[in-house]
Design a protein around this ligand. Sequence first.
Ligand SMILES: Cc1cc2nc3c(=O)[nH]c(=O)nc-3n(C[C@H](O)[C@H](O)[C@H](O)COP(=O)(O)OP(=O)(O)OC[C@H]3O[C@@H](n4cnc5c(N)ncnc54)[C@H](O)[C@@H]3O)c2cc1C
Length: 471
Amino acid sequence: MTTLSGSTTEIPFDELAGALRGEVITPGDPSYDEARAVYNAMIDKRPAVIARCRDTADVVTAVRFARDHRLEIAIRGGGHNAAGFGVWDGALVIDLSGMRSTTVDPEQHTVRVDPGCTWGDVDHATVAFGMATPSGFLASTGVAGLTLGGGIGYLSRRFGLTVDNLVAADVVLADGRFVTASETTHPDLFWALRGGGGNFGVVTSFTFRCHDIGEQGTIIGGPVLYDIADTAEVMRWYRELLPALPEELSGWLGLITIPPAAPFPEELWGRKACAIVWCYTGSHDRADEILEPIREFGSPLVVGLAPMPFTVLQSAFDALYPAGLQWYWRADFFQEISDEAIDVHLRYGATLPTGHSTMHLYPIDGAAARVPEGATAFAYRDGGWAGVIVGVDPDPANAGLISDWARSYWDELHPTSAGGAYVNFMMDEGSDRVRASYRGNYDRLARVKAVYDPDNTFHVNQNIRPAGAQS
Ligand SMILES: Cc1cc2nc3c(=O)[nH]c(=O)nc-3n(C[C@H](O)[C@H](O)[C@H](O)COP(=O)(O)OP(=O)(O)OC[C@H]3O[C@@H](n4cnc5c(N)ncnc54)[C@H](O)[C@@H]3O)c2cc1C
């Protein structure tokens, strides 16, 4: 095992263990394999040491220890990252999964969140007060990685991306200093954190703005499923309908295999379908009128729209996608769902290689699209969708099958895309793809990186190289 300094055998990990409140795990410890596992079981990295930090002081100590002993650093929040950047061969992993407190301020409409929280933790805390902050479409995803990449979810049409609702972040920098970034303190760092990923430091606390949703947190939502043969018709209707809908209503589209589980009717289990999962967060008085075009359209197999706590919709797919499956991702942004793209979706939707494999299109419109491209590091603000093709299966023997399907699908779909991809949906795809994903914001990100992390200490991520560094 090698590191920046060569071998790890001389490194005094017992000193690190003595200095931290949290646990320190090295190869040979009984919990090492469990501690190095991340959500995507295709990732098999062997870090030199895992520092399970309990508080900000532990993070400062871990960063300084890594610098002193020339260890690479990987940062783990929720461990969900597609490319598996929460762990790294030979690195010191700053594992934040033990830091999971939340503090809601119902009067100020804010929530302060520890860096190891999942969105399930945050929704649990805020929906009790009838409010939420925009996150994603799943509860088990980590707050830290999702936020730092942008954050696209059910509430984005109405309230913007997750980063548009970030009020402040506490950060441990590469030299061990601790700063708070906001519009008024370290504004350049704050700008970069809102989309620039884990490139700038270890965030130890996030403060988000919250919004009242539904009726005391009860929204109306759920899936509407159509036969896969209706995909072209559904996609054409959806691309026209969505921009005309009030922003209280959002819906993402997916090509799926109907899961063999309740609440889906048994006769539909295993059938391929085109799904739209809707979420209406407005006043229930207007729900019938607003949802009417959805109830009226086509010949759905299932209409699963119902009132439910927002937490229920957010966690609806968690059981279907537990940790430990094989995942291979490919992604792009799309300004439109063109007829050419629909032809590709028809072919690959009909050949989903396994029951878990899927393609999703998540809207980036409404409030998310009204934020100017240069206002935060997240660059693709001009409307459209973040698309993701994921080959997924429990069996490692199918890793090749799901990866080949996702790659071929992406190869054919990419020419219809806007060029770059959402960094949180990318594998380790190289610097040209990272640059394409930040468009005109890349050069400013590189300049901020040169100020806050000139040695590129935080490089286990979709890496932004410090301006002026040799490539
Ligand atoms: C099943 C699934 C569903 C998803 N759904 C959505 C969705 O609906 N919307 C959406 O926007 N995204 C979604 N994503 C993508 C998700 O945003 C990314 O996977 C994200 O990286 C997860 O964050 P994490 O903290 O769990 O990841 P980790 O693997 O822990 O970390 C991801 C990256 O962030 C960095 N990082 C983590 N914590 C910190 C920190 N505290 N400070 C600095 N850097 C840090 C890491 O270095 C790494 O580069 C989904 C992912 C999965 C697997």
